[in-house]
Design a protein around this ligand. Sequence first.
Ligand code: FE2
Length: 467
Amino acid sequence: MTHTDLRGNPVSTDNPRAIELSEQALVQFQSYFGDPLKTIDAALAEAPDFVMGHVFRATVLCTLAEAQFLGGIAASVEAAEALDAKANDRERKLTAAVRHWLDGDWHAATQIWESVLTNNPRDALALQAAHLADFYRGDSLNLRDRVARVLPAWSSDVPGYSYVLGMQAFGFEECNQYKLAEQTGLRALEIEPRDAWTVHAVAHVLEMQNRYDEGIKFYTSRQQDWAPDNGFAFHNWWHLGLYHIERKEYAEALHIFDTQISPEPSDIGLTLVDATAFLWRLHLYGADVGERWHGIAEKWAEKGPVEAGYYAFNDVHALMAYVAEERIAEAEALLDRMAKVAAKEGTANNAMTREVGLPVGQALLAFGKRDYATTVNRLSDVRHIANRFGGSHAQRDLLNQTMLEAAIRGADRGRALSLINERLAHKPQSPLAWRYHAKLHRVSGDTDAAIQLESKADSLIYPRDVA
Ligand SMILES: [Fe+2]
């Protein structure tokens, strides 16, 4: 008799307790509540020959996109491969996918997850792994369409349906389809309010549509659903902090940084990236962040021997921290490492580093050396293809802002104005965009225009209880 999981996917074990525990682990993976690895380890203790247990473990570790987890992935992949004779076709393919990821071929891994989904559209593990791979590979269309291809096989009767809607909401948002994104996200939250990824998808819409005050309300009114004990809370706090930054509430933003985003520098790259990007924004605006860079740069340095050169998006953030902390020698050493990675072929990251990571890194180092013309030129080359090294629109906006700030600081008035025009065209309600405009006039000596634009920016910051 063939056993199946709760969504009807065949599983080559006859141990019901192992299946039950793997279902719990899956919900933990989907919701970011609890520790899916601990739960799957309990399933494997119950049934050491549970192929999907080993595959699940490896897959979850892949989705963290860090070199520090390669050993764990390798151990689980090898355990799954050793059970090949027992495995079914789906399990063999899922094993092959994580083997490709381990070898650095993130595109091949994603193709295999897709082939699994073609035959098993309710494979929630393959779907979430591919969705996160689309995020790391900057594949916006597939963030949306991969979900669309399987969604007809799901319904509200299938466990985990709301998480699939949540993925689609994020995909719509990254394809700039904000209305569909918001509708889909809110529908998912009606089914399951405690869904950190979907809350986040809606928060992205509010960010992109300059609905900052609404964003603060959205997050605070639902805080009990997404914050306590949630593994993704740091990133939702990051988004909440961005709304405060728009309102120029730097003290509040730094309070969120100190208490939620980075109470202490994290060992996890995703968290450290957010901490770094948050401080960099404040750094660009000239806000006083005190000694906060030190711990962040130290942590990147500590992680460097294992992580440097593994994933360009993380490397660029490490470099940002070194530059902000004026640790120029370390920034240069990392850039050398990235140049070596860029010169090679064979992994997804070789191309990401060559096409995006290296030029962005050069731009950041130039910024640190006050060579603003080089910063502008390097970022001008790559900012429109920067999706290739992953991240969201909101995260990659840092490149636009760094380029704009460099143009202002480098007295490249024409370029700065053109970037402000571009920004205001799609962010007309953004106080920050108007503050940049004011700053350009202020540094150009046109004080009257600067005062006018600053008051325009202030006029867009509504009293909190009215917004
Ligand atoms: Fe985000």
